[in-house]
Design a protein. Structure first.
Length: 231
């Protein structure tokens, strides 16, 4: 039965003009409290339809930046794995652009060698990449496990650095016959960019499986499995 328009947490209030010789129900309810009787409270309930439950929440997502950074553009494909891949890719793009610019500057302006330039460019991109991956993509906070994560991250980065340096050195040797320094520098830069793209996929697997691991949840897996096996 739908509630009367004249309602409150004390119950339904009656209009005194409609019943001149009778006290309003709200007054009688107050009198019953004073006499020690147990009060009764009517609670209005609201039923949510399936349309209301399936309606997307748009609060806080009106900003285009929030829509883009939060991967809301993925729609129904916005799963935790998809969001992590998107954030990892965005962080890799930042590191990629930083490394490419630094590499070209080292080669063209400072006239450094291919290996030296690659190392400097790699370090320039590794620092923001570490911060974005740990705090944004994998949402790791605090100092718990940071030493082990940093150590494993450095190992993965060193392996990737050796691979990219070898590729750049090979490209520089092959491009040594070119007469234009600009063409040589661009070729080495493109070689570095290609190696970074290939290594990014391999590094994601390493980060997800070995570096930024949720050790608390994985530590509970053997216990749960053992309990399930118990008769």
């Amino acid at each position: 039965m739908p509630p009367s328009p004249k309602s409150s947490s004390l119950g339904t209030l009656q209009d005194p003009s409609e019943h001149p010789g009778q006290q309003p129900s709200g007054t009688r309810r107050a009198a019953s409290w004073a006499s020690g009787d147990e009060p009764t409270v009517e609670v209005d309930t609201v039923t949510l339809t399936s349309e209301d439950a399936s309606r997307p929440r748009t609060a806080g997502t009106s900003s285009p930046l929030h829509w883009l950074v939060g991967a809301h553009w993925l729609g129904r494909w916005r799963t935790p794995v998809a969001v992590r891949l998107w954030r990892y890719g965005a962080g890799s793009v930042v590191a990629f652009a930083t490394s490419a610019v630094v590499l070209f500057v080292c080669l063209s302006w400072f006239r450094l060698g291919a290996i030296t330039s690659t190392i400097i460019a790699f370090l320039a991109g590794a620092i923001p990449n570490w911060l974005l991956n740990r705090r944004w993509a994998w949402e790791k906070r605090g100092r718990d496990g940071v030493f082990k994560e940093t150590t494993l991250y450095v190992i993965v980065s060193v392996v990737a650095l050796v691979a990219s340096s070898a590729a750049d050195k090979f490209t520089a040797v092959q491009a040594s016959q070119l007469s234009s320094h600009i063409e040589k520098d661009l070729l080495v830069t493109f070689s570095y960019m290609f190696s970074v793209v290939v290594l990014s996929g391999l590094k994601y697997v390493a980060y997800d499986r070995f570096v930024f691991v949720d050790r608390n949840s994985r530590a509970q897996v053997p216990t749960t499995t053992e309990q399930n096996r118990a008769p």
